[in-house]
Design a protein around this ligand. Structure first.
Ligand code: ADP
Ligand code: ZN
Length: 625
C-alpha cells in the first residue's frame, strides 16, 4: 500500500479514492500549484488533508466562514489529525496555546480566515515556520463573477509575493471558465494543474413540478422524509417566515433562516440543524455555505432559484454522503416575474447577465430533457448515462413511474373539457373547471354548466394541473399565445377518438417512496431502476439497527458537543448496519472508521450492535458465520 492510501485508511477509514482525489493529492506532493473543481460532496477536503499528513511542515487552509472552520477542525481531530484554527472569536490564551503547538511542530493543518492570513505580522510569523502548502477553499469567492464574491479574498494575491516558493492549491465546487481564469489570475498560480471533476451528482434525484397548491405540495414531499434532515428554499424572507410557521403548527421541527434575522438567532438555528435538534430549515439563499452536514436527505425549492449555478449549489447540499437524496423544484411563472423585478431594481451593473441566467433557469424548468444531462450541459460537460434513472423526465419516459389506472378516461376527460372550453383557457383555468372550483371567474362565465365541470375534483388541483402538463409534454396539447391558451394538437384530437392512449403518471410526490426504495424495507427487492444508474442501493442495511446507531451517535455528539456528522457520517452508520461488526477488526473494515475513531467509539458502537443483534436474532447475517 502506498503512503497516501495508508494514511487515508488509518485516519479516515476509507479503502479507496473518489474521482480526481489521487490526482489532486499528487499535485500537493509534487508542490505544483493546482485548481481543483469538484462538486459538493466530491471529497475536496481529503485532497489536501491527506497530503498534509504525508508531508513535512504545516498546511495552511483559508476558509471563508468561521463555522466551517470549526466543523472541519473538529472532524479532523476526531480522526486523530492534529489540526487547529486561528480566528477572531478566540481568546488570546487560546491563540497562545495554538501558537505553542505550532512552534512545537505539532500541527499539520492550520485553518485561518483570509483577513488574518494576509496581516503582515501573521505572514512574518508563518515565514519562520515551515509551511507545506497553502489551500484556498471556496476559491470562487475571489471572483466577482462567482456568486459569493468576498472582497477580503482579493487580498490573497499577497500570498504569492510573500511565499514565492510555496505551492498554492485552490478548491471550489462551482466555477465557470470565467471564474476559473479569475482564480488562476488573482492567486497568480504558476503552471497550475487544473483538475475539473464531473458536475453530475448521480445520487441526487431531481424533480421539477409546477406549483399549484404550494403548501400541500411541500407537505407531500416533506411527508416522504419523516425525521430526516431537509432544506426548503424560498425567495423572500416573508415566505420563509410564513411557511416555517405553518410547518411548526403542523408539528414539524422546522426553523427559519434568512438575512433579516439577528446573527445570534441565525447561528443558533444553523447549529440546531447541524445537531439534528431541528429536521428542517426553511431558508433564503442566505443559508448554505456554512453547513457541512453530510446527511441532508432532501432539498426542496418551494420557488425557482435565480440561476442554474444557485440551483446546482443549493441542491448540492443534499446527499453529500453519497446516499440517495431528493431534490424537488416547485416553480411558477410568478417566480420568474418576481426575480425579474428584483434584478431590474437591484443589480444595475450585472443586470443583463443576471437576466440571461434567470432565463436559463426558467428554460431548465420548462424543458423536458434529462435533468442530470441539462445540468452538466450548462457547465459545458457531456452526460453519457442515458437514461439517468434519477430524474423526473427519465423516470416518466422509461416507464419506471406508475401510470394511473384509468389513464384513458382521465385523459379523455381533460381533452373533452378543453374542447368544450373552445380553446380559450390556459392550464390554470382549465384545472379550476375540471376540479369544480366555485371561483367567481368560473361562475361568471357559466362554466359550472359544462359537462366536465368538477369531473376530476377528487384528484385535487395539483394533480390535475400536473396531468395537463404531462399532456402538453406528450404533445396532445399545445400552449399558444401570451396566455398559454391550451389547444388540441392533431394527436390530441386522435386521442379523443380513441385512436391512441395518453399515459398519465401518478403525480411525482406520490411516487417518491417507490422510486428509491431500498433501505426503508426490511426485505427489500432491488428497486426498479435501469442499468447504469448510480443511485446507491443499500438493500441489505438493517434499518432498525441504523436508527439505533443514529441515536447512539446523537448521544455521543451531545456529550462531546460536536455535530453528529463529526462522529460518523450516515454512510458509515449504514455500512455498520450492513456489516454488523461485533469485534474491533471487523469494525475497522467499516468505511469511514479509522484508527482513532475505532479507539474512541468502537466499544460503544460494537456494544450497541451486539445488543441489537441479540434482541433481533432474525436479522443476523447467517452467511457470515
Ligand atoms: P466537498 O468538500 O467536496 O463537498 P467533502 O470533503 O465534504 O466534500 O466530502 C464529502 C463526503 O465524502 C464526506 O462525508 C467525506 O467524508 C466523504 N469522502 C471523502 N473522500 C472519500 C473517500 N475516498 N471514500 C469515501 N468517502 C469519502
Ligand atoms: Zn434523467
Amino acid at each position: 500500500m502506498d503512503v497516501l492510501a495508508g494514511i487515508v485508511k488509518q485516519y479516515w477509514g476509507y479503502d479507496s479514492f473518489l474521482p480526481l482525489q489521487r490526482e489532486a493529492m499528487a499535485c500537493a506532493l509534487d508542490k505544483r500549484d493546482s485548481l481543483v473543481v469538484l462538486p459538493t460532496g466530491g471529497g475536496k477536503s481529503l485532497c489536501f488533508q491527506a497530503p498534509a499528513m504525508a508531508m513535512d511542515g504545516m498546511a495552511i487552509v483559508v476558509s471563508p466562514l468561521l463555522s466551517l472552520m470549526k466543523d472541519q477542525v473538529d472532524a479532523l481531530r476526531t480522526n486523530g489529525v492534529p489540526a487547529a484554527k486561528v480566528d477572531s472569536t478566540m481568546t488570546s490564551a487560546e491563540r497562545n496555546s495554538v501558537h505553542h503547538r505550532i512552534l512545537a511542530r505539532e500541527i499539520k493543518l492550520l485553518y485561518v480566515s483570509p483577513e488574518r492570513l494576509v496581516q503582515p505580522s501573521f505572514i512574518e510569523y508563518l515565514g519562520e515556520n515551515s509551511v507545506s502548502f497553502f489551500v484556498i477553499d471556496e476559491a470562487h469567492c475571489i471572483s466577482q463573477w462567482g456568486h459569493d464574491f468576498r472582497p477580503e479574498y482579493r487580498e490573497l494575491r499577497k500570498l504569492r509575493e510573500a511565499f514565492p516558493g510555496t505551492a498554492i492549491h485552490a478548491f471550489t465546487a462551482t466555477a465557470t471558465a470565467h471564474v476559473r481564469n479569475d482564480i488562476v489570475g488573482e492567486l497568480q498560480l504558476r503552471d497550475a494543474s487544473i483538475l475539473i471533476g464531473s458536475y453530475d451528482r448521480p445520487n441526487l434525484i431531481y424533480r421539477v413540478q409546477r406549483r399549484a397548491d404550494a403548501y400541500s405540495q411541500v407537505r407531500a414531499i416533506i411527508d416522504e422524509h419523516p425525521d430526516e434532515s431537509g432544506i426548503v428554499y424560498c425567495i423572500r424572507r416573508a415566505d420563509v417566515d410564513s411557511l416555517c410557521e405553518k410547518l411548526v403548527e403542523d408539528g414539524f421541527k422546522a426553523l427559519p433562516y434568512h438575512a433579516g434575522m439577528k446573527d445570534a438567532e441565525r447561528k443558533s438555528n444553523q447549529e440546531a440543524f447541524a445537531k439534528e435538534d431541528a429536521d428542517i430549515v426553511v431558508a433564503t439563499v442566505a443559508f448554505g455555505m456554512g453547513i457541512d452536514k453530510s446527511n441532508v436527505r432532501y432539498v426542496l425549492h418551494a420557488a425557482m432559484p435565480k440561476s442554474i449555478e444557485h440551483y446546482h449549489q443549493e441542491t448540492g447540499r443534499a446527499g453529500r454522503d453519497g446516499l440517495p437524496a431528493d431534490c424537488w423544484l416547485l416553480y411558477s411563472y410568478a417566480d420568474f416575474k418576481l426575480w425579474e423585478g428584483i434584478i431590474r431594481k437591484g443589480e444595475l451593473q450585472g443586470a443583463e447577465v443576471a437576466l440571461r441566467k434567470l432565463n436559463d433557469m426558467k428554460r431548465y424548468c420548462d424543458k423536458s430533457v434529462c435533468r442530470h444531462k441539462a445540468l452538466v450541459a450548462y457547465f459545458d460537460q457531456a452526460y453519457t448515462a442515458k437514461p439517468c434513472g434519477s430524474c423526473d423526465v427519465c423516470l416518466s419516459q422509461f416507464g419506471i413511474v406508475d401510470v394511473v389506472d384509468d389513464t384513458e378516461s382521465i385523459a379523455r376527460t381533460i381533452l373533452d373539457c378543453i374542447a368544450d372550453l373552445g380553446s380559450m383557457a390556459g392550464p390554470t383555468y382549465t384545472t379550476l373547471v375540471l376540479t369544480g372550483s366555485r371561483e367567481e371567474r368560473v361562475l361568471a362565465k357559466g362554466h359550472q354548466a359544462l359537462k366536465k365541470y368538477g369531473a376530476l375534483a377528487s384528484f385535487g388541483v395539483p394533480t390535475v394541473r400536473d396531468w395537463i402538463e404531462q399532456l402538453v409534454q406528450q404533445n396532445y396539447l399545445d400552449k399558444t399565445g401570451e396566455y398559454n391558451v391550451l389547444v388540441l394538437t392533431p394527436k390530441g384530437k386522435a386521442a379523443m377518438l380513441g385512436e391512441n392512449v395518453p399515459q398519465l403518471a401518478r403525480p411525482l410526490q406520490q411516487q417518491a417512496r417507490k422510486i428509491h426504495t431500498g433501505f426503508e424495507q426490511r426485505k427489500p427487492k432491488a428497486p426498479k431502476v435501469l442499468p447504469g444508474v448510480a443511485v446507491v442501493f443499500f438493500g441489505e442495511v438493517d434499518e432498525g439497527l441504523f436508527q439505533a446507531l443514529r441515536r447512539l451517535r446523537r448521544a455521543k455528539a451531545e456529550e462531546l458537543e460536536v455535530p453528529p456528522f463529526v462522529i460518523f457520517s450516515d454512510a458509515a452508520l449504514r455500512d455498520m448496519a450492513r456489516r454488523k461488526p461485533t469485534n474491533t477488526t471487523a469494525f475497522l473494515e467499516v468505511s469511514g472508521v479509522g484508527q482513532k475513531k475505532c479507539e474512541a467509539f468502537g466499544d460503544e458502537f460494537i456494544g450497541a450492535i451486539r445488543t441489537y443483534c441479540e434482541d433481533h436474532p432474525e436479522t443476523v447475517n447467517n452467511d457470515e458465520v
